[in-house]
Ligand binder design. Sequence first.
Ligand SMILES: Cc1ncc(C[n+]2csc(CCOP(=O)(O)OP(=O)(O)O)c2C)c(N)n1
Ligand code: SF4
Ligand SMILES: [Mg+2]
Length: 347
Amino acid sequence: MSTTAPPPPKKVNRLGLEVLNYKGGKTTLCAGCGHNAISERIVESFYELGVEPYKVAKFSGIGCSSKSPAYFLGLSHGFNAVHGRMPAIATGAILANRTMLGLGVTGDGDTASIGLGQFMHLVRRNLPMIYVIENNGVYGLTKGQFSATADLGSKLKTGAPNDLPPFDCCALALKWGATFVARSFSGDKKQLQAILKTAIAHNGLSVIDVISPCVTFNDHEGSTKSYSYMKEHEEVLHELDFVPFFEDIQVDIPEGESMDVQMHDGSHLRIRKLDRDFDPTNRLAALAALEESEAKGEVLTGVLYVNTQKPTFVELLNMEDEPVATLPESKVRPSKAVLDEVMEELR
Ligand SMILES: Cc1ncc(C[n+]2csc(CCOP(=O)(O)OP(=O)(O)O)c2C)c(N)n1
Ligand code: SF4
Ligand SMILES: [Mg+2]
């Protein structure tokens, strides 16, 4: 008599959820778009860390990049805002309920062109959220015009050169107050995953600028945001490992070769030295390293800065313990008597 073997047990994370529970709808972006790879890394990172999907609030603006929250974390909350205005929406939502984990996904146009003012105020406030910039140097959704992160001298498909200097979103974030600043490449699975996981553990604003090639409008010879340009010019700062708080940290490491940063939730970011000594807790050194690499035509990737001590905007506001969103109506709405009194004063 033949017996059929039972199906293999389903792979689940520490919450008992499958990776499927962290996915979203099927992507409608172009095949090969860097943004799709970033969505995959987001799915893996949130699944592996066992983040409760319903405790995540996704925010975006307008663009191909801003469409991508539809393709991950389908069980989370989401708000697709106006072009360049996502930071204002995210600020309001997180102040209303700081128990949510905020995840903003935006484009270089959404952040550095129309949304620059909003981005700078988010940075200045150190709002506790993850802010991923899917940086392809162009407005992909509106057919490939240069954005404000396009490098001086880089060329459009038509051959037209860009004659304005770029904004470096990492330098802006470093200068004005973000407490976790990193740059990565959509094609670097391991590095991007370690950076995303660290951002999930960080209490403060995490700005992650990810070079994410647009295969349709900006992947040609003369582009500085193409796959081949990144292959030739990426300068990786260090090797990164993330050890979540629920795993054992004990791993033998040669002395002087690595640095350990303990994150807010007890997780560890382990940074292994490559060719150079780089201390990501030194903000000025990070700014200098960015300037130097720009002058050499390199794209520096890795964790540029981490500061686990600075208070966040939510902490500065000294709000009630109970989030505004779940306070009873009696606490958030003035009574009729109070309103009558105000009206009386205005007569
Ligand atoms: C207020 C407003 N201005 C302009 C537009 C047109 N528009 C839509 S997406 C976009 C640029 C998107 O570029 P980016 O943020 O880099 O995203 P990508 O498509 O490259 O991922 C522009 C200019 C708009 N939708 N709303
Ligand atoms: S147009 Fe560019 S940015 Fe938009 S989906 Fe296609 S490859 Fe991605
Ligand atoms: Mg873009």
